[in-house]
Design a binder for this molecule. Structure first.
Ligand SMILES: Nc1nc2c(c(=O)[nH]1)N[C@H]1C(S)=C(S)[C@@H](COP(=O)(O)O)O[C@H]1N2
Ligand SMILES: [Mo]
Length: 506
């Protein structure tokens, strides 16, 4: 690599960065998800085979999105460097690489579900700005006419131009990002529940440090979705449609939804991708309208009890989730939720409305940014995860987790507390037991049960003795069934097995 080639590569990279950043800014103005990086990133998410996705979530956790975006940018800039070097030989070859990149980005943007009519525009901007900037940088750096007296030395004008392109790219990109992230200033006022829940019993929290709080604060609640850009939904134009195989399909706006009788429910929500002992579970007090009432309004009064019937729910960003129809009609009280822990749903939580189906993992019952619920058959319109091989019956498995001590913690010998949470929504938790090394199962003290659809805290005092110890927990659900020791991966129907950690005392 000589200086001339490095300079050429830099020209390619900076021109592409400026083009991409300009496109990001334009996208923020016309249709934020059609920004080249986001459109390609979303397409990669949808196209990633399930095992690879499982590996990525398992390895990177919720950092998977920044890592994905970083990888898309890195691959793009690598190709951009190639385009720059090619420019030394042939303008046509360099332009061809840049145009190919933007055509791919444009196609990705146009093919997204819910793509707007201007989805192609950012890619065009990227192509025009990128190619023009490359030509400008090539001439400024005198790449094609190296000075015979100082061969390969970058000129002052050239360095300034490269720096200018870099600064411009950062400024445009940051501007676009700020615009894309700006929050709609509108908020909504929540209705009060017709029959409000009493305040939680004091004893739901056992008052031991290190155990997850009974009510998970919204900011600490895990977040799992396929959205690279949190959809910003305008409550003024939002609507909810109930259609498909129903006698009386209808569409209502947010005011009409908020005018329906509201109910409050304490519900623990967890993700099917949560590994044993993992963090993707939380508990909140939700406010919303019973799905049962909405389907009654659509003319479905009795549960057809047909296991082939699903409700395909659609979000404003085109995501689809399928839920067994009977789970939205029976007495578990599934909700179209508008409030969480006393406030309107945050944007990340699905503002203005999300589905919430107790006893099912989120991927089959918790559609965020909900806008449509279609009664149909599973084989007629497979939902996003169904097409990717995940189970359609997403009933939550019994799980228990040690929150304290932390895995691999070093403890002082003497009295300490082992504690955590256990959940078996729909069945409730009847008993939690802890085993130290190969000792007997010891019964833990449980927090008060708020609802069978909520987790319970548990704790066990322990006289820790010197040495390395394995701590294992298991729960028994309300039907008397002990949590299985059979280990299963999250795919396709949720992880199982016992949570066990090692600690060192002394
Ligand atoms: N629109 C939309 N809704 C969605 C998802 C999604 O990707 N898009 N993910 C689901 C999954 S897999 C889970 S576990 C829950 C998580 O909800 P939370 O992010 O509020 O915790 O949302 C569900 N709803
Ligand atoms: Mo999930």
């Amino acid at each position: 690599m000589n200086v001339r080639r490095i300079t050429a590569a830099m020209c390619g990279i900076l021109a592409t960065a400026l083009g991409g950043a300009a496109a990001h800014l334009v996208a923020a103005l016309v249709s934020a998800p059609s920004s080249p990086v986001l459109a390609v990133g979303s397409t990669v998410i949808d196209g990633t085979p399930t095992p690879v996705k499982e590996w990525a979530v398992g390895t990177f956790g919720t950092a998977d999105k920044p890592i994905l975006i970083g990888s898309v940018i890195a691959v793009t800039l690598l190709l951009a460097a190639v385009a720059g070097v090619l420019r030394l030989r042939s303008r046509a070859a360099a332009v061809a690489v840049l145009v190919l990149l933007t055509v791919l980005a444009g196609a990705a943007a146009v093919l997204r579900p819910q793509a707007g009519s201007f989805a192609w525009l950012p890619a065009i901007v990227a192509a025009v700005v990128g190619v023009a900037c490359l030509e400008w940088l090539v001439s400024r750096t005198r790449l094609l006419r190296p000075d015979p007296d100082v061969p390969g030395e970058p000129t002052r004008r050239g360095v300034l131009a490269l720096g200018g392109a870099g600064v411009g790219a950062v400024a445009l990109g940051a501007g676009g990002q700020a615009l894309a992230r700006r929050r709609a200033p509108v908020t909504i006022s929540l209705p009060t529940a017709a029959d409000p829940l009493p305040p939680l019993a004091k004893g739901v929290d056992v008052g031991k440090a290190g155990i997850s709080p009974f009510v998970t604060p919204v900011k600490d609640f895990y977040r799992i979705d396929t959205a690279l850009l949190v959809p910003k939904v305008d409550p003024g134009t939002w609507s909810l449609t109930i259609d498909g195989d129903v006698p009386d399909p209808f569409t209502i706006d947010l005011d009409e939804l908020l005018a329906m009788p509201a109910v409050e429910r304490d519900i623990t929500l967890n993700c099917v991708s949560n590994p044993v002992g993992g963090p993707y579970v939380g508990n909140a007090r939700w406010l919303g309208v019973l799905t049962r009432e909405l389907f009654a309004r659509a003319g479905i009064d009795a549960d057809p009890r047909d296991p082939d019937l699903q409700v395909l729910s659609t979000s404003t960003d085109g995501m689809t989730i399928s839920t067994p129809l009977s789970a939205l009609l029976d007495d578990r009280d599934a909700l179209v939720a508008v409030g969480m822990n006393g406030a309107p749903l945050a944007a990340e939580r699905g503002f203005p409305a999300r589905l919430l189906t107790p006893r099912l993992y989120g991927f089959v019952g918790a559609t965020k940014w909900l806008t449509r619920m279609t009664v149909t058959r599973y084989d007629e319109q497979p939902a996003y995860w169904t097409e990717r091989g995940w189970a359609t019956d997403g009933t939550v498995k019994t799980q228990s987790r040690i929150d304290t001590p932390a895995p691999l913690a070093r403890l002082d010998p003497g009295r300490t507390t082992i504690g955590g949470v256990a959940w078996a929504q729909g069945r409730g938790i009847a008993k939690v037991e802890v085993r130290v090394d190969d000792g007997p199962w010891q019964r833990a003290t449980l927090g008060v049960e708020a609802d069978i659809d909520c987790w319970r805290q548990w704790f066990l005092p322990w006289d820790a003795t010197d040495g390395r110890h394995d701590l294992t927990v298991r729960a028994t659900d309300g039907t008397g069934e002990i949590q299985t020791t059979t280990m299963a991966n999250p795919f396709p129907a949720g992880a199982s097995g016992l949570h066990s950690i090692a600690v060192t005392v002394g």
